[in-house]
Design a protein around this ligand. Structure first.
Ligand code: NAD
Length: 359
């Protein structure tokens, strides 16, 4: 019996979580779900969107699966997702993007895995609000150190990138490449402009790559990378990126394989792992039993592999592949037109996957 922390999230999170737990249970692997709520509703009730008991549960169980959690834009509480990654030191965000036959996409040959650094960069949460004491002090310090005048009415976000943080994410990408017999790692950066942060990311990537002579290494500037991914995605294999570019390029890659509804993810550190879809809480669809549960279900497949349940993972993955190939029991986003009256519901798609596994 695996005891797993289950965070249903908010918005459409609880609906896709329910679909996911049902298909995971139908694989025959025994789970005990330690249900922990986090997010907007918990914040409204308790004044804290991520109570300590959620962290304690993950620390105890080591593995969690989570639905998306809403983050208010600009004001309100800090992102639960970012906080979890920082507190648990989940430094690798692993996002496979592979085309399933039958998925509505412009490409049929994509098989990318994105390694996004999860703890540093502009996501470090070191920010100074416009007109705050902190912002004024930072602006003064910059003037003193560099002679450069930052406008007084600026808000400031700091972008730290360290040798330690870069080394371990680049190693994680190469180790994965070796273990999974992949051919190439591409380090993505903007080192031509940010010489001391992205420049360091590139330099450390090159150093780490020397330890893996069996795997091809190259680097790409992030803007060029985006164009290349749209024009010739088949040339790429594993991408390793600092936090912000990793976030953006993951969504681009999700678009290449048929949309966010199909893009799973895992946040993995030395001790703990939290599995979650790439997409957010899609709040406008909340309660409609409409959105695609596959990204979270495929995150469940990643969790099964992490637990060593390879047979169950393959069984579920191939049931998902069949459902996509057949194109009948899929949600609106995977139909030729989004208002297709034959679109499956969230729970209906889960039922179809369960039925397929039973054959
Ligand atoms: P989103 O991913 O929630 O939705 C963007 C659009 O993508 C939706 O309007 C919908 O058209 C489509 N989409 C997303 N998930 C889908 C699914 N499962 N099936 C079908 N279509 C789907 O992005 P957003 O609107 O920018 O963010 C909403 C909230 O989610 C924000 O508060 C954001 O901070 C949060 N968020 C959370 C996470 C997380 O929990 N890890 C990740 C990203 C965003």
């Amino acid at each position: 019996m695996y005891k797993i922390t289950l965070i249903p999230g908010d918005g459409t999170g609880p609906e896709i979580t329910e679909a996911t737990t049902r298909v995971l249970e139908a694989t025959g692997v025994p789970f005990e779900w330690d249900i922990q709520n986090a997010g907007e509703d918990v914040y409204n009730q308790e004044g804290n969107p991520l109570p300590e008991r959620v962290i304690t549960s993950i620390k105890k169980n080591k593995v969690a699966i989570k639905g998306p959690v809403t983050t208010p834009v600009g004001t309100g509480f800090r992102s639960v997702n970012v906080t979890l990654r920082q507190i648990l030191d989940l430094y690798s965000c692993v996002r496979p993007c592979k085309t399933y036959k039958g998925a509505k996409t412009r490409y049929d040959n994509i098989d990318l895995v994105i390694f996004r650094e999860n703890t540093e960069d502009l996501y470090a949460g070191i920010e100074y609000q416009k007109d705050s004491e902190g912002a004024k002090a930072v602006i003064d310090l910059i003037a003193k150190l560099s002679g450069r005048a930052v406008r007084q009415d600026s808000g400031i976000s700091i972008k730290p990138i360290s040798v330690f943080g870069t080394e371990r994410i680049v190693r994680a990408a190469f180790d994965y490449a070796r273990k999974n017999k992949r051919r190439k790692v591409t380090s993505v950066h903007k080192a031509n402009i940010m010489k001391f942060s992205d420049g360091l990311f590139l330099e450390v990537s090159r150093e780490v790559a020397k330890n893996y002579p069996d795997i091809e290494f190259e680097d790409k500037i992030v803007d060029n990378m985006c164009m290349q991914l749209v024009q010739k995605p088949e040339l790429y294999d594993i991408l390793v990126l600092p936090n912000l570019y990793g976030d953006i390029v993951s969504d681009l890659a999700a678009g290449l394989i048929g949309g966010l509804g199909l893009a799973p993810g895992a946040n993995i550190g030395g001790e703990y792992a939290v599995f979650e879809a790439t997409h957010g809480s899609a709040p406008k669809y909340k309660g409609l039993n409409k959105v695609n549960p596959l990204a979270m279900i495929l995150s469940g497949v990643m969790m099964l592999r992490h637990l060593g349940e390879m047979e169950a993972a393959e069984k579920l993955d191939s049931a998902v592949a069949s459902i996509i190939r057949e194109g009948r029991d899929v949600t609106y986003d995977m139909k030729p037109s989004p208002d297709d009256p034959t679109a499956a519901t969230t729970s209906g798609m889960a039922d179809a996957i369960i039925a397929k596994m039973a054959i």
